[in-house]
Every structure is written in C-alpha cells, then in structure tokens.
Write a protein that binds this ligand. Structure first.
Ligand code: FMN
Length: 172
C-alpha cells in the first residue's frame, strides 16, 4: 500500500503535527506490513510543479497530512501545495450536475496540532483548519477523511498530556 506523508511545519522532529502523523503511520504499519512510504516535506521542499504534485498525490492510496494550526487555519506552505493540487481538468471538473472530484479512492488522515483547544469549547468556532481541509480535499474527491488532533500544546495543565492523549485517540 502506497502512503504519502505530507509535512507542513518548519519544526522538524520537535513538531507535534509531524509526531502525530508518524504515530498514525505507525498504527498503519501495525495493521499492514507492506507499506511503501514517501514523504513530502513542504517546508524544506515547497511544491512548485503542479503536475508533479498531482501525480504524487494520485499515486498514493493513503495520504497522511501533518498540519500545524497557524492563525486558526493552515500554514502557507500547505496552502501553496493545495493551490498546485486543485486544478480544473486534473483534480476536479465541472460535470452536468456540478463539480466532480477526480482524485478518487483515497483514504486521508489529518494530524492537526494546535496550541489551544478547538475540538470542543469556546474556541471551536475559530477552527478553520479542519473545515477548510475537509472542504477542499472533498472538492477534489478525497472525502474519506479522518482527523486526529493534538491540542492544547501551549496550555498549562494540558500540554504535558497532550501527546499521549492524541496518540491514544488514534483509531485506524
Ligand atoms: C505562526 C503561528 C501561528 C499560530 N497560530 C495558532 C492558532 O491560531 N491557534 C493555536 O491554537 N495555536 C497556534 N499556534 C501554535 C501552533 O499551532 C502549535 O505550536 C503547534 O504545535 C504547531 O504545530 P507543530 O508543532 O507541528 O509545528 C501558532 C503557531 C505559529 C508559529
């Protein structure tokens, strides 16, 4: 099974979104020994070639996207990747009954890291990260999407247990 891991933080091994994405990958490995994994680090290697980005995405059966929340939304390098990947005629088209996604048959996982808590409580209305990614990935046909979150990494009392809690929440 071909797995594409998309990383979008500049924080390397310190990064919570990368570590959560790796934990998702680990769980997949436990279920399926034959994984062929490729990694696209958008911080080190920003995507400039739309066709290459689309064919890399099309060739994967599973996509894991590590996402640090930046100002209630996604990092600029991930937005740049999306802007290369979402293309009429390549990843979506307008049919008789409206837009149709052309990137079909994928399973996607989001590994979202945030300083605060957005899955519940007063800040949940400020989460434009997951709704945006769900909308845009769904638009190109990637609608089988599961989100895992590591949240509260900047909140005293939550930050010490955030990673463990996030890893425990992973159900594949
Ligand atoms: C530019 C920037 C903007 C951020 N904006 C938010 C935000 O809106 N909400 C939040 O909860 N955390 C915010 N954070 C904190 C990050 O989401 C948090 O540090 C997270 O761990 C980043 O993921 P990473 O560890 O994978 O880099 C921001 C961090 C940076 C650097």
């Amino acid at each position: 099974m071909k797995v594409l891991v998309v990383e979008s933080t500049s924080r390397g091994n310190e990064s919570f979104s990368n570590r959560l994405a790796q934990s998702v990958l680990q769980k997949l490995k436990e279920k399926n020994l034959k994984l062929e994994v490729s990694t696209r680090n958008l911080d080190k290697d920003p995507v400039l070639d739309s066709e290459a980005a689309i064919s890399e995405l099309k060739s994967a059966e599973v996509v894991i996207i590590g996402v640090p929340m930046h100002n209630f939304s996604i990092p600029i390098v991930l937005k740049a990747w999306i802007d290369q990947v979402v293309r009429p005629g390549q990843s979506f088209r307008y049919g008789a009954s409206g837009p149709e996604g052309l990137i079909r048959g994928k399973k996607a996982y989001l590994a979202i890291a945030s300083g605060g808590v957005y899955s519940e409580g007063p800040m949940s209305a400020y989460d434009f990260t997951e709704p945006y990614l769900k909308a845009v990935l769904g638009f190109i046909g990637i609608s089988d999407l599961t989100t895992f979150r590591i949240e509260g990494v900047d909140v005293p009392g939550l930050k010490d247990i955030a990673f463990e809690k996030a890893v425990e929440s992973i159900r594949i």
